[in-house]
Design a protein around this ligand. Structure first.
Ligand SMILES: NCc1[nH]cc(CCC(=O)O)c1CC(=O)O
Length: 313
């Protein structure tokens, strides 16, 4: 491979391409003479589009092909929404850079209503995320929640067709695609605790590829990395996949790390919440200890139900 070329493996959804172009631009701005090429790919997740993710085997579907390209040296980096990156990496690969986080909140999107509170009784709301469904059901048990999948554009056209009174999407995705005007209101973390890593873009590469590590270094955003580290540690301790509603959201306020998390029963009948405050350098410990508190407060039983009697230790 040429010294001055770096290859990005990317999915071809508009959001994935936006993220890949964003990383390309930032890398080329940081390193004069570097040429960044996109290597577009199709993943299994792009092919199976109408089944809820929780049923088809989860988020790994969107990253496996990209990781294979890295391992086979057909690309040097893969750019991911941190929300979609599974807990484990194949041997030889790792996530070494996390870029500055965009707005992490969920957005209420509707053509007729200004807010969740303004929705009439029995309105139909679209989202396939168990985490969003469970929190919606908690604050508005009267709503009818229907599955909604596809790219951001597809989801918006299903709303515009009249299939839903409102839908919930990530603020970050809408902003990146220039669709911010569709947001009626952003939901607070109290209303809808964000997903692990929501709004952050992460970069995966070969662990022994020191040239690429050096090129990526200026893109890493230390504060975002610490926040996402705490959120992911929490999720990892729970062994949470996307079959369970899990929210995990960290903020850094005046140098203090504040992590909030929840685990819900998929049908919304139960919700276990907790929070921890601590030092940024203890991000991982904070995540693990919060996960243990949630497990002891009922999350163990919820997870055991979902995973057929094999709860995390
Ligand atoms: N699950 C798909 C996905 N992955 C990342 C984002 C949004 C951007 C982000 O969180 O970085 C979205 C769309 C959505 O949830 O509305």
């Amino acid at each position: 491979m040429l010294d001055n070329v770096l290859r990005i493996a990317t999915r071809q959804s508009p959001l994935a391409l936006w993220q890949a172009h964003y990383v390309k631009q930032r890398l080329e701005a940081c390193h004069a003479g570097l040429r960044v090429e996109l290597v577009p790919m199709v993943t299994r997740g792009d092919v199976i589009l109408d089944t809820p993710l929780a049923k088809v085997g989860g988020k790994g579907l969107f990253v496996k092909e990209l990781e294979l390209a890295l391992l086979e040296d057909r690309a040097d980096i893969a750019v991911h929404s941190m929300k979609d990156v599974p807990v484990d990496f194949p041997e030889g690969l790792g996530l070494i850079t996390i870029c500055e986080r965009e707005d992490p909140r969920d957005a209420f999107v509707s053509n007729h209503y200004d807010s969740l509170a303004a929705l009439p009784q029995g309105s139909v709301v679209g989202t396939s995320s168990l985490r969003r469904q469970c929190q919606l059901a908690e604050c508005r048990p009267d709503l009818i929640i229907r599955s909604l999948r596809g790219n951001v554009g597809t989801r918006l056209s299903k709303l515009d067709n009249g299939e839903y009174d409102a839908i919930i999407l990530a603020v970050a995705g809408l902003k990146r695609l220039g669709l911010e005007s569709r947001i009626r209101v952003a939901l607070s973390p109290e209303q809808s605790l964000p997903a692990v890593g929501q709004g952050a873009v992460g970069i995966e590469c070969r662990l022994d590829d020191t040239r690429t590590h050096a090129l990526l270094a200026p893109l890493n955003h230390a504060e975002t990395a610490i926040r996402v580290q705490a959120e992911r540690a929490m999720n990892m301790r729970l062994e949470g996949g996307c079959q369970v509603p899990i929210g995990s959201y960290a903020e850094l306020i005046d140098g203090e790390l504040w992590l909030r998390a929840l685990v819900g029963a998929p049908d919304g009948s139960q919700m276990v919440r907790g929070e921890r405050r601590g030092k940024p350098q203890d991000a991982e410990l904070l995540g693990v200890s919060l996960a243990e508190e949630l497990l002891n407060n009922g999350a163990r039983e919820i997870l055991a139900d979902v995973y057929n009697g094999e709860p995390p230790a």
